[in-house]
Design a protein around this ligand. Structure first.
Ligand SMILES: *Cc1c(COP(=O)(O)O)cnc(C)c1O
Length: 234
């Protein structure tokens, strides 16, 4: 039904490929400046409320991981996209667990036992395995995420459900104070070392440098790659 974008100079944010390549070199340069190995940090393109054309362009430019917050949006947009890892980064509604497990490879936002129960059940019904991350709340104004104190217990619970827990995800505080941001990410890094796994998913467009300095292995970047999000999808 849909064909890849070709010669669509009229598309909004049509310089996605340029921005992806610029972001990749900026990330590599910054990683080296804080004595990190650039290849130890993955760049996840957050494609929520961006058109499918932008997603295809980002993948053509080398993006290997994409993230979405709404399962319905992802279902429509990801049709035929098979060669990248798909990350669910939105709030988990338990009645959507089957759809989430079907559409995504990694579920980054597991923040309570009931979400784990629903995902484990969906995996067993669908005969599918997914990787999960525990979403930790490191910011007073974040609505979701398990408290840092309860995070290790939630990770144990999920592992007893036979879910693969591959690390943690957190959203930085909504603050301009670089020290506040850094302290929150340090807390996330400490928890990551306790919980284990391969993925510390911290850092977005406005705070990825602090996250990389604190050990992030995956930054989740939306607006810096794709421009402003559309109010609704076209
Ligand atoms: C939207 C979103 C992002 C990307 O945010 P930007 O500031 O646009 O880079 C990353 N992580 C989560 C969980 C999000 O919801």
């Amino acid at each position: 039904m849909e064909s890849p974008a070709r010669g669509r100079a009229d598309l909004p944010n049509s310089d996605v490929g340029v921005r992806v390549r610029a972001m990749m070199s900026e990330l590599a340069e910054y990683a080296i400046s804080v004595t990190r190995e650039p290849s130890s940090i993955r760049l996840c393109g957050v494609t929520k409320r961006q058109p499918r054309e932008a997603v295809l362009e980002a993948i053509a430019a080398g993006i290997t991981d994409i993230g979405e917050s709404y399962v319905q949006e992802a279902q429509a947009k990801f049709v035929g996209i098979t060669d990248v890892s798909k990350h669910f980064i939105g709030h988990i509604q338990t009645n959507k667990a089957k759809a989430i497990v079907s559409a995504f490879d990694v579920i980054q936002s597991v923040d309570r036992p009931e979400a784990g129960d629903a995902i484990a059940k969906a995996c067993s019904v669908l005969g599918r395995r997914v990787r999960t991350l525990v979403q930790v709340n490191i910011s007073p104004n974040d609505r979701f995420g398990v408290s840092p104190q309860a995070a290790p217990k939630l990770a144990d619970y999920l592992r007893r459900l036979d879910l693969e827990v591959d690390g943690i995800m957190a959203i930085g505080p909504n603050s301009d104070d670089r020290d506040t941001i850094r302290r929150s990410f340090e807390e996330a890094a400490t928890l990551f070392s306790q919980i284990g796994g391969s993925t510390l998913s911290i850092g977005m467009s406005g705070d990825w440098r602090e996250a990389v300095a604190c050990g992030s292995t995956m930054i989740r970047i939306g607006t810096a790659l794709f421009g402003a999000r559309l109010p609704v999808l076209p």
